[in-house]
Structures are given as C-alpha cells and as structure tokens.
Design a protein around this ligand. Structure first.
Ligand code: PMP
Length: 466
C-alpha cells in the first residue's frame, strides 16, 4: 500500500503514465511492481514473482543491493552532477572509463580500445557509434563512406539511428525507418532460416556470401561499418554459427569496413565470459555497452572506440572543432559511482565464472523438461542467455502463423504462475536471462513454475497450432 493511494486506486491510476504496451494493460489489467530483492519481485498485491529476465536482460547482480544504494547516496552527497561541456570530467567517471578499458583489455583481449564516450541508454550508445563513424570518415576525407550494415533480427535500440539499425520491422512501421544509408543483411539463425538439407556450415557460407554481394553491389567505398550483437538477444537468443564472425571479419577487413559490436546485453558477463567479443573472437573497432555497466541501478551507457578511430578524431579535432554530440547526462558522477559499485560485486562474487557454470545448468534443465513438448522446437543458449523457440510442427520446424503468438500466451501463463519470462518480437521465442547471481535452487524453482505454466497453456497451444 502506498502513502498516497489505496491498492484499488493504484490499479485504476496505473494508466496515468501510458506505456507503449497500453493494449496489454487494457487487456490484462495492471501489473504494478512494488519491491524487489535478489531474483524475486513483488507486485503491489504482494504476489511473488521470480524474475527470469533480470528486467530487460540487465539486473545482473540482482535487485536491492545495499552496496550500490550506498554508493549512489554517497555520490549524490559529494558531487550530484558536473558540467559535461568544455572538456570537464569528474573522478568517478575517469575511474569508470579506466576500469571499462582495463576489463576490455584483460578480459576480452581488446587492448586496442582506447577511449570511452558515455551516455545513458543502449540506443544512445549506438547513435554515438553511428555518428563517430561519420565523423571519422569525414576527417579521413571520404564522407561518402557512411552506410552501415546491420542484420535482420538485430536489436540496437529505438531512436532514429539505432532504431534503423534494429532489423525487426515492427520497430520501423509508422516511422519511415530505416533511415537512408542503413542496410540489413541476413539473420544468422540456422534453425529457422537454414534451408532443407543445408548444413550449418553451408548456411553460414551462404549468408556471408550474401553480405559480400551486398557490399559489392553498394560499393565498398560507401560502406562505413557493420554492426552486430555477438549473440542476438531480442532477435531470439541467436548464437552465431561456428566461423560466421571470422568470415565476416575477413570480409570487413578486406573492404576497410569498421566492426561495431553491440554488447549492450552480452557485456559484463551474461555469456559466461566478460564480453561477447572475447567469447566469439571479435576484434571490434567500437564496442557499445549499457545494461550490465550498472545492472540497471542507474542509466549509463558507454561507447568504446579503438586507437585507430580515436587517433583520427584526436588529430583532426583541433582543425574541425568539437564533436557536436554529447548528452546532459554523459559521464554522470552518480552513474559512474553506481557502475563502480556494481562491477565490484560482479568481481567479488565471481559472477562471470558462476554464469559459466549456472547457465549450462539452467539450459540442461530446460532442455530436459521441455524435450517432450510438441510445440518447442529448439532450446538454446550461452551463459545465462537462453531461448525457447516455439513451432507449430517440430518435424518440419514450421512456425506458428504470423501474429498468433504462442510465446506471448505462454509468457502470460508464466506470469500467472509467478515467473517472468519475455516473449520476443522477431520470432516466437521466450527468453530467459535471470540475474547472474541466481542460485541453482532458484533456477529449479523458476523452471518448475515455467513448466507448470506451459502445461496450463497446452490446450490453447493445440488450438493455435490446428
Ligand atoms: N542494443 C541491444 C543489444 C539491446 O538489447 C538493447 C535494449 N534491449 C539496446 C541496444 C537498446 O538499449 P536501450 O533500451 O537502453 O536504449
């Protein structure tokens, strides 16, 4: 109960701040979170929910960590804000930049990354990358080299640049997206897009050949960058086929095209390694990060750029003037203090190594418990990033008809059974990405609840499939 409103009033008044899924609220009634600790959340009616999504893949250290709250309070008392212009900085943010670069160097072999630009969301980190690349090529005297290639199913945000990079059409409709100069190439999801009889290696060769053909068609002199999540998250928890990135990287190197790794989800441990770039052997010129920097205790994003890119910006800046890009909240001292406290926990509690053990455990549990279900075609994952893909027919891998949403139905039942999972917007997948601090007992409990919810949903799934 709140000091201002009764429970009933809160239910009614939840429409006061309309969210994008207003139709959900109208259909299902309000869901008002009141409290959270560890992997569990409570709604305002006191219902216990296990969060197998860590919010939107972000609350890596779990909810309610007092160390982080204390760090935020101390930072607010000491220096609640600073001037972001005129080259100014603050100590917490300097420490955070150094720490991120050190982690990239030591944990992902990315010692070539030299500088960090800060922001406050994954979308703005990708917008920053998009603009810095323009700036870089302009300074090199080749302003026509400005197109960026992304992938169908990729998710990079919702602002005009990052939303255009996103390769999911639902985010484009009504907005005249993608903007000019953003191109989308094939989605590397063998299970759904591999052709009958095609091996995974042949599939990978085919989609890389498609990319090569796109580059030739457009003219390599017009292509500035290729952006990719090491593991696609919102697209459906899609792991790259073996050698896919090595082949892509060779192609990019040949044409002097920069690689941007979007590590907004994979950064800071989610795959069981510190960075997806390290896990999959990428050598990005730019890495964008957000969620895991602070475990979502404060909105902070980062765009790390390589020495190669930085050298051009640095040398030319005195001639060209400032990069006219930056946000009011870039390098926020409170956000940086929160990030430092969060990363302390990740290191102290050894959460990345734990993820490398508990992730495969959770995957095995789900695979075993869902093996007999006729509507689940694939259960896959890496670290604590797991996807359950629904099909109308397992033998043929036929998907449910567009718009039926078997995965939305199951996620709804899961909520009723007290477990939070996401229904993703590109293909019919429920995703699981719990806090990295989750214990095996909590994994078992969450999986039990999900399996029960799936049983609840079976009659409706039969109807959808028929
Ligand atoms: N990139 C990736 C890979 C993401 O998963 C997300 C958010 N889900 C974003 C970018 C955008 O982040 P934000 O919502 O903070 O703008």
């Amino acid at each position: 109960p709140s000091a201002n409103f009764s429970l009933e009033e809160l239910d009614k008044l939840s429409l006061f701040h309309p969210v994008t899924s207003i139709a959900d609220v109208q259909k299902n009634g309000p869901l008002i979170y009141a409290k959270a600790g560890g992997v569990r959340m409570r709604d305002h009616h006191g219902r216990d929910l296990i969060d197998l999504g860590a919010g939107l893949w972000c609350v890596n250290v779990g909810y309610g960590r007092p160390e982080i709250a204390d760090a935020a309070a101390a930072a607010m008392r000491n220096l609640s804000y600073y001037h972001t212009f005129g080259g100014a900085s603050n100590e917490a943010t300097i420490c955070l930049a150094d720490r991120i670069l050190s982690l990239l160097r030591e944990r992902a072999g990315a010692g070539h990354l030299a500088r960090v630009f800060f922001g406050s969301s994954g979308s703005d980190a990708n917008d920053s990358a998009y603009k810095l690349i323009r700036y870089y090529n302009n300074l090199l005297g080749r302003p026509q080299k400005k197109k960026v290639i992304s992938r169908l199913g990729g998710y990079h945000g919702v602002t005009y640049a990052s939303g255009s990079l996103t390769g999911i059409s639902a985010y484009h409709t009504a907005f005249d997206m993608p903007i000019e100069g953003v191109l989308h190439t094939a989605c590397p999801h063998y299970y759904r897009f591999g052709e009958d009889g095609e091996s995974e290696a042949a599939f990978s060769d085919r989609i890389v050949a498609d990319l090569a053909a796109m580059i030739e068609r457009e003219g390599p002199e017009t292509i500035a960058a290729f952006i990719a999540e090491p593991v696609m998250g919102t697209g459906g928890v899609l792991l790259p086929p073996a050698d896919y990135f090595a082949k892509v990287q060779a192609l990019l190197d040949k044409h002097d095209i920069l690689l941007i790794a979007d590590e907004v989800i994979t950064g800071f441990g989610r795959t069981g390694q510190w960075f997806g770039s390290g896990a999959y052997g990428l050598k990005p010129d730019i890495i964008t990060m957000a969620k895991g920097i602070t475990s979502a205790y404060f909105p902070v994003s980062a765009t790390a750029v390589s020495q190669r890119v930085w050298r051009v910006l640095e040398e030319a800046s005195p001639r060209m003037g400032a990069v006219m890009h930056g946000f009011t909240y870039s390098g926020h001292p409170v956000g940086s203090a929160v990030a430092m406290a969060n990363l302390d926990i990740v290191e102290r509690d050894d959460l990345v190594a734990k993820t490398a053990e508990n992730g495969p455990y959770m995957l095995r549990q789900l695979q075993a418990r869902l093996a007999e279900n006729p509507y689940i075609g694939d259960v896959r994952g890496v670290g604590l990033m797991i996807g359950v893909e629904f099909v109308a027919d397992r033998g043929s891998r036929r998907a449910f008809s567009a718009g039926l949403g078997p995965h939305r139905l199951v996620a709804r039942h899961a909520l009723e059974r007290g477990v939070l999972t996401r229904a993703l917007p590109f293909i019919d997948v429920n995703s699981f990405s719990p806090p990295l601090s989750i214990t095996r007992a909590e994994i078992d409990e969450g999986v039990d609840r999900y399996v029960t919810a799936l049983a609840d949903a079976m009659p409706a799934l039969h109807t959808l499939a028929s």
